[in-house]
Unconditional design. Structure first.
Length: 300
């Protein structure tokens, strides 16, 4: 029964990982850019919600009505001022640019808020700790259940947007071939800006749940980026629903690892990530390309 409870908690934890990985995976699927500032921007959103709660007593979920549109504007600016320009220098420059941006955000947050940890838990009442008891040994946290529901709604909403709207179809077409879509009247520059705005709006949601479920500080972005990246890779880079599958797999691995030892929580998750990555390198399409390159080099 204890094992069942650990698996259940891991599945619910996977909902949180899907929330934080959604924007990272979506941006990669459209623009083929890995945003290394993803975690730092999520923490920045958490601080924005903290200010709304601390000074105006606004519930974090209501605060998202203000913060999410603001973060969408940040996404537009990020695309136009950083990603679009740096992409002209090759594939590596945007990655380095977002890495530098993450350092700037972290240090600005440190300068503004100091090193003390913050939390959004005081502004959500008993939602932060209340749960439903299924049996004496199995319980479901209300916040964890809400996080999973939001992950499903967010992923499903983006999928419907991509499938049922003209802009969504334009985003899908641009992700397939950004150079050719201009021939059919699609403005790839505008499409990428909209995609970046959507990605950053989801990051605002990730920041809200980060702050509600745990404490955060100015340098909390790096671990969140790692979890988001691992979830995306495990589920398949660029796959929306894959982020949910990858998040659940990562959460279950961590939850079961914690049964073995306290250090096993992180170790098991990293081990699963490395195992999946190794399998894809050896048996997947990436492995085939690597082997072809090695054979071509050997023939020379």
């Amino acid at each position: 029964m204890i094992l069942i409870n650990q698996v259940l908690q891991g599945v619910l934890l996977g909902g949180y990982y899907a929330v934080i990985a959604c924007g990272l995976s979506f941006m990669y699927s459209v623009m083929r850019i890995i945003n290394l500032a993803h975690g730092s921007i999520a923490v920045m959103s958490a601080y924005a919600l903290y200010l709304l709660g601390d000074r105006l007593d606004i519930h974090p979920l209501l605060g998202l009505l203000l913060v999410a549109p603001a973060m969408a504007l940040v996404g537009l600016a990020l695309q136009r001022l950083v990603l679009e320009r740096s992409a002209r220098g090759g594939l590596l420059v945007p990655v380095l640019s977002t890495f530098g941006l993450s350092i700037i955000i972290d240090n600005l947050l440190f300068q503004g808020f100091g090193a003390d940890t913050r939390s959004l838990a005081p502004y959500i009442g008993d939602l932060s700790y209340d749960s439903w008891s299924i049996t004496d040994e199995i319980s479901i946290g209300k916040l964890a259940a809400l996080t999973m529901a939001v992950a499903l709604a967010m992923l499903g909403g983006i999928q419907l947007f991509l499938d049922r709207t003209l802009m969504g179809q334009a985003i899908r077409a641009t992700s397939e071939d950004a150079d050719t879509v201009g021939l059919v009247g699609i403005n790839a520059r505008k499409v990428n800006a909209v995609a970046a705005a959507i990605a950053m709006a989801t990051v605002a949601v990730a920041g809200a749940f980060l702050g509600m479920r745990a404490t955060f500080d100015p340098y909390a972005g790096a671990p969140q980026l790692i979890f988001a990246f691992e979830s995306s890779v495990i589920g398949g880079a660029g796959s929306l629903w894959g982020t949910l599958i990858g998040g659940i797999a990562l959460g279950v691995a961590q939850s079961l690892g914690a049964v073995v030892s306290p250090q096993g929580f992180l170790t098991a998750g990293h081990a699963l990530f490395l195992a999946v990555l190794f399998a894809r390198l050896v048996f997947g399409d990436l492995g085939l390309r690597v082997r072809r390159l090695l054979l071509a080099g050997a023939e020379r």
